[in-house]
Ligand binder design. Structure first.
Ligand SMILES: NC(=O)c1ccc[n+]([C@@H]2O[C@H](COP(=O)([O-])OP(=O)(O)OC[C@H]3O[C@@H](n4cnc5c(N)ncnc54)[C@H](OP(=O)(O)O)[C@@H]3O)[C@@H](O)[C@H]2O)c1
Length: 242
């Protein structure tokens, strides 16, 4: 039996991953504000409340019999774009919550996960669902908090990968860039005014031309990577983008 833990399972890529990875040999554990159709063990958790989220992670991971698993994978998938507006239009709550739901969520997840599994000599991996928005050459107007959070998540993973290089029972840390997918996030992007986001036409065109894959297509590619978690390369970014 393998254990797979996923954040943000109610919709989008998290829901698609949950469906794609579910089988009789998988113990699925999910976190998020809402459960949706998630069929594994679900823990209600709002990542805009970091202290509480950390204790929910700790208690949930403690209660899982990971010692008996053949491998354990954590997928940090939950995320939010936040309000798409120039920085001067964002209030402190929006700034705090968007960074918490993205970057702080990943740091908490990594801390709770490594602390729970560091003594276990089984294949272990932490996958960060990243984005093209993390790349230095792809900043976008009105996406400052999202771009900064995704770049922060990627570097967080690379820095922890360095720590794991010298760990006794290392966990493999990787970034996964899924590319665009037809989820609620894309809908939010297309509904932004061109005044706030001058590139909005590009995303509308992608949709009109049928160039946005479904989250199921992307989840199937990620699931293939997880068939053999020992083959994942610590610190690497995997591009799934179609
Ligand atoms: N869609 C794209 O084109 C695209 C492209 C590149 C990268 N990504 C990345 O892919 C990942 C998944 O995105 P998606 O497109 O599937 O988005 P989505 O459909 O909006 O789903 C986001 C998930 O995150 C959870 N979430 C959001 N805020 C949360 C909070 N405060 N606390 C707990 N959970 C929260 C949501 O669950 P609840 O609302 O139930 O809490 C939901 O399950 C994200 O990391 C995103 O950055 C997406």
């Amino acid at each position: 039996m393998r254990t797979i833990i996923i954040t943000g399972v109610s919709k989008g890529l998290g829901q698609a991953l949950s469906k794609s990875l579910a089988n009789e040999n998988t113990n699925l554990v999910g976190f998020g504000r809402t459960q949706g159709e998630f069929s594994g063990t679900f823990h209600t958790c709002d990542f805009t409340k970091p202290q509480l989220a950390y204790s929910i992670f700790q208690q949930a991971l403690e209660s899982e019999p990971i010692e008996e698993s053949e491998s354990v994978i954590f997928i940090a998938n939950a995320g939010r774009l936040g309000l798409l507006q120039p920085i001067q239009n964002l209030d402190p709550f929006e700034i705090e919550e968007t960074i918490a739901a993205n970057l702080t969520h990943s740091a908490l997840a990594a801390a709770a996960f490594v602390s729970r599994v560091e003594s276990l000599p089984i294949p272990k991996a932490f996958l960060q669902i990243s984005s093209g928005a993390a790349l230095p050459e792809r900043p976008k107007a009105s996406w400052s908090l999202y771009c900064a959070s995704k770049a922060g998540q990627e570097q967080l993973v690379r820095a922890i990968a360095k720590e794991q290089d010298t760990a006794d029972n290392p966990t493999t840390f990787v970034n996964i860039n899924p590319g665009v997918m037809e989820t609620a996030m894309q809908e939010q992007i297309r509904n932004t005014s061109p005044k706030a986001f001058p590139d909005v036409e590009h995303f509308i065109k992608l949709k009109e031309e049928g160039r946005i894959p479904s989250p199921d297509t992307i989840a199937a590619e990620i699931a293939k990577l997880l068939d053999n978690p020992s083959s994942l390369e610590n610190g690497k970014t995997y591009n799934i983008a179609q």
